[in-house]
Ligand binder design. Structure first.
Ligand code: NAP
Length: 452
């Protein structure tokens, strides 16, 4: 049985690992010449331990029935139909690559960016490396209270000793070292007890070399201690920050709760960001126990020169694969892709494009287990896709190598990896990333032959 996994991020690799264990031949394709998805292009550069999970994926890649075809984009180089004609199962592990929109005036002004863009830029994603961020202002506002919001806020205030030993892309290091930003204000629409960020990330802020973490104690007044352990700890951390007051540190990172952005202000109708008009909320508890933010009618203005919007990701429709527009996901039940007439034979989804952008990297392993279990059940009862035998043989040969001028195999990626690590050695950095696709392809092919 042959399976194609589309997307070489964590969920793609966990799926590949489990399919290999079940005896499948597995081809993993990715739009980029490099593997690892968000571990390479999303995880914050100052979190190297999280990135070390790639060793597990590399082990999977060395399996004799595994092949990698980087630089092959579904919808550009190969179609859904091409894959279904050649594989017994096609698993979409494409993640959620675009940002949710606030839907407020001024959202697209110069100086207002999605966290998606900023993260991809500092991580050297080749589609975002040419972007420019003007960090000359004094204050930045980050909208959202998730871990991505904390990542981007931290990146804005890291000092050189924290930034330099990382694999942050060179272009971003130059810009971040010259930043004028001294203050970052993070705004969350609900309260401290509802924030989506997790405790290790919240605690980490207190260890930043040149930063005072600021929480107005009045925001914590009257809050009861939650029964849930993690929530209680997070409140303790916030109380701790609130109790510290400010020191003589050069930078401030303020957590401001119960604030919703109403408008991003700027010079003229389309000019640069000058501030954010925010509405102050109160919290209301629904009968089902959920808590939502309701405007009080009061407003405040936060002056700033940069806005990063970090309010979650959503997936993009691809090549007529059934898509749930409302949720921004592939339509599926337990990972089986469905359309109006029922299950789409042999098509599966896994990871964020299946369940939405939630959880940590390891969550995708459990998620892959569910999808693969359903796939194997379908295989058992003869309900997988039935590809064309001649085309299956073609796919088993070199078909994918010829579908894109940018194709890079695992050997090619190994060359890129060696090149980047060697470039980083003299600077005491884990790697210096290549950020242009052509450079990646050139390095991949230099030593491993063409196509690599
Ligand atoms: P997230 O955890 O879902 O947080 C999204 C935030 O945006 C929430 O605070 C949400 O507030 C807010 N929001 C949504 N719509 C809004 C609106 N219209 N106006 C104002 N605020 C709005 O998403 P994320 O930060 O993008 O992270 C995605 C996943 O990756 C999460 O599971 C996260 O834990 C994970 N991640 C983990 C790490 C790590 O482990 N270090 C690092 C980065 C990301 P409400 O709660 O009120 O909806």
């Amino acid at each position: 049985m042959r399976a194609a996994v589309v997307g070489a991020g964590p969920s793609g690799f966990y799926t590949a690992e489990q399919l290999l264990a079940a005896g499948f031949e597995v081809d993993v394709i990715d739009a980029l010449p490099t593997p690892f998805g968000l571990v390479r292009a999303g995880v914050a550069p100052d979190h190297p331990k999280i990135k070390s999970v790639t060793r597990v994926y590399a082990k999977t890649a060395h399996h004799e029935r595994f092949r990698f075809f980087g630089g092959v984009r579904l919808g550009r180089d190969v179609s859904r139909g091409d894959l279904l004609a050649r594989y017994h199962a096609v698993i979409y592990a494409t993640g959620t690559s675009i940002d949710n929109r606030l839907g407020i005036a001024g959202e697209d002004r110069p100086g207002s960016h999605s966290a998606t863009e900023f993260v991809a830029w500092y991580n050297g994603h080749p589609h975002y490396s040419e972007l420019e961020f003007d960090l000359a202002c004094h204050r930045a506002v980050v909208i959202g209270n998730g871990n991505v919001a904390l990542d981007v806020a931290r990146m804005l205030v890291l000092d050189s000793t924290e930034l330099m030993p990382t694999d942050t892309a060179d272009h971003a290091i130059s810009t971040l070292r010259a930043t004028g930003i001294r203050e970052v204000v993070l705004i969350g629409r609900r309260g401290p007890a509802e924030a989506a960020f997790t405790n290790p990330e919240l605690r980490e802020l207190g260890g930043l070399a040149r930063v005072d973490v600021v929480v107005d104690p009045s925001q914590l007044e009257g809050l009861e201690n939650p029964t849930e352990n993690a929530r209680r700890q997070s409140l303790e951390l916030l109380r701790n920050y609130a109790g510290h007051g400010t020191t003589s540190r050069s930078h401030r990172l303020e957590l401001r709760f119960m604030r919703s952005p109403i408008e991003i202000l700027g010079d003229g109708a389309h000019g640069r960001v000058t501030g954010v008009r925010v509405g102050i909320n109160r919290l209301v508890c629904r009968p089902d126990g959920s808590v939502f933010a309701e405007p009080t009618g009061e407003e405040e203005l936060i002056e700033c020169g940069l806005v990063l919007r970090s309010i979650g990701y959503r997936g993009e429709p691809m090549d007529e694969i059934p898509f749930d527009e409302r949720r921004g996901l592939i339509r599926n039940v337990g990972g089986r892709v469905i359309d109006d007439s029922g299950v789409c034979r042999g098509e599966y989804a896994v990871g964020w494009i299946k369940r939405g952008p939630s959880g940590v990297i390891g969550t995708n392993k459990k998620d892959a287990t569910e999808t693969v279990a359903n796939l194997l059940e379908d295989a058992e009862r003869g309900a997988l896709n039935e590809p064309d035998e001649g085309l299956v043989a073609e796919a088993a040969g070199g078909w994918l190598l010829e579908q894109s001028p940018e194709t890079v195999t695992w050997d090619g990626w190994t060359e890129i990896d060696k090149h980047e690590v060697a470039s980083g050695e003299s600077q005491g950095r884990p790697r210096v990333k290549l950020v242009r696709i052509q450079d990646m392809v050139d390095v991949a092919r230099k030593r491993s032959g063409v196509p690599s």
